[in-house]
Design a protein around this ligand. Structure first.
Ligand SMILES: Cc1cc2nc3c(=O)[nH]c(=O)nc-3n(C[C@H](O)[C@H](O)[C@H](O)COP(=O)(O)OP(=O)(O)OC[C@H]3O[C@@H](n4cnc5c(N)ncnc54)[C@H](O)[C@@H]3O)c2cc1C
Length: 398
């Protein structure tokens, strides 16, 4: 189907060139929808995750979806004559994403979108260099970077002493320091492993009473038909739940309380089982909360709820990301006023379209409406299919 661009610049503008933006572009362009894509390719993965990290998702859940299923990790390896170890190293995934971008959006516009406003013809996007682009629709695929969460007790601590994990990709900064990692998810445990391996003195402190691990029962994945009944290839959540969250249209029909509880169980803080041996020997304090943080000379004094203290050079806050689309700096106040949200998430309908016609959200912001799958690379196939169906269906009326 050919969609003729009716707006001056393009029919769809995609903000963000991570897995979701790139996948959406592949589907849109395959359907010959006039599409422009903005942003540095794979920038979040390249700049805001630690060098040396590996993906927690398995191989089958780490392909960036394309309509012909041609741009898989396997095809990337075949074309580039190389082999990727498992778990997938971060730098290889970034390289795969850039290869994918070269195949699908060689004309990617790497500029940053400074702001988006409604316009009589749809939307007006203002680039960081001042140029304006108009588009009938806007697809926000801008990821979670804007939603990094710092616990309130750390708000006045300078970033030289306490920083969010997403502020780091080079852990050499911590050489010779004493570091506390706060959190118990994959990010916390992987930072702890990488710091320990770099010879940094590190301790993990978390509120949870026990650490949760993913992938402790590999045999369950090798039981043929039974495994297929228990686990979806999307690799989000434990046995059974994995299947349910892989069907977002079904998942969203359940009562909200059930959705919330199931989503939490699918993505609760947990580390990949291959991290267990790598953090052996790292002191881990569980069931404890940091109740205060104060600058002490060139160091940081942390007081825990058991009355003990830690004097450290740095606190790494592996405290995750909390979606709040009002923190996307490019959405204008007037758009935000019209946007229906719940707990910071946009309320989305079919096509991942928000209450503002023509404004779509992909990735984690879509998780309130379509479930936890949308927070992972493997959710991009669902998101892109939804988007393209809705856009090509609605095209006649636009
Ligand atoms: C440490 C860590 C490990 C993870 N491991 C996994 C994993 O193993 N498997 C998995 O599926 N998921 C993993 N995730 C989750 C991962 O972030 C998402 O799956 C993935 O990034 C979603 O892709 P995305 O395209 O929505 O977002 P992103 O990859 O973040 O892409 C969004 C892009 O938009 C760009 N952007 C933002 N604002 C603008 C703007 N105004 N103008 C232009 N560009 C803009 C950003 O620079 C960014 O490149 C991990 C997350 C973290 C933090």
């Amino acid at each position: 189907m050919t969609v003729v661009g009716k707006s001056p610049d393009c029919y769809v503008a995609v903000i963000g060139a991570g897995p979701y933006g790139l996948s959406a572009a592949a589907y849109l362009r395959a359907a010959r929808v006039e599409t422009l894509v903005f942003g540095e390719p794979m920038a979040f993965w390249q700049n805001q995750m630690p060098a040396g990290m590996c993906l927690r998702s398995n191989w089958g859940a780490s392909h960036i979806a394309d309509p012909q299923r041609e741009l898989t990790l396997d095809e990337y390896c075949r074309q580039n004559g190389n082999h990727i170890l498992k778990p997938i190293p971060l730098e290889r995934f970034v390289d795969y994403g850039r290869w994918y971008q070269g195949q699908v959006v060689p004309d990617l516009d790497k500029r940053h979108v400074r702001s988006v406003e409604a316009d009589a013809r749809g939307f007006k996007l203002f680039m960081a260099d001042g140029e304006e682009v108009t588009s009938r629709r806007v697809v926000v695929a801008a990821g979670i970077s804007a939603f990094a969460t710092r616990p309130p007790g750390f708000s006045s601590i300078p970033s030289a002493l306490a920083s969010h994990t997403s502020e780091h990709n080079d852990l050499r900064t911590f050489h010779g320091q004493r570091v506390v990692v706060i959190g118990a998810g994959q990010s916390a445990l992987e930072f702890a492993a990488l710091l320990k391996e770099a010879g940094v003195q590190v301790e993990v402190i978390a509120r949870t009473k026990t650490l949760n691990w993913v992938g402790l029962h590999p045999r369950l994945h090798h039981l043929g038909g039974i495994s297929k009944m228990l686990y979806s290839t999307r690799d989000v959540g434990p046995a059974g739940i994995s299947r349910l969250v892989a069907m977002p249209h079904l998942f969203r029909r359940f009562p909200r309380r059930f959705q919330d509880r199931t989503a939490y169980r699918a993505i609760r803080p947990a580390g990949a089982s291959w991290l267990q041996s790598r953090i052996a020997g790292v002191p881990i304090t569980l069931g404890r909360k940091v109740v205060s943080a104060a600058v002490a000379g060139s160091q940081l004094r942390l007081r825990l709820d058991d009355g003990t203290e830690r004097l450290v050079d740095h606190a790494l806050l592996a405290t995750g990301f909390r979606v709040d689309v009002s923190r996307y700096p490019f959405l204008s106040q007037s758009l935000l006023k019209q946007l229906e949200t719940v707990d910071g998430f946009p309320v989305l309908n079919r096509g991942l379209e928000s209450s503002i016609p023509g404004l779509h959200f992909l990735g984690k912001p879509a998780a309130w409406s379509f479930g936890p799958l949308l927070g992972f690379v493997s959710g991009a196939e669902f998101a892109s299919n939804e988007l393209i169906r809705s856009i090509t269906r609605n095209n006649g009326s636009n």
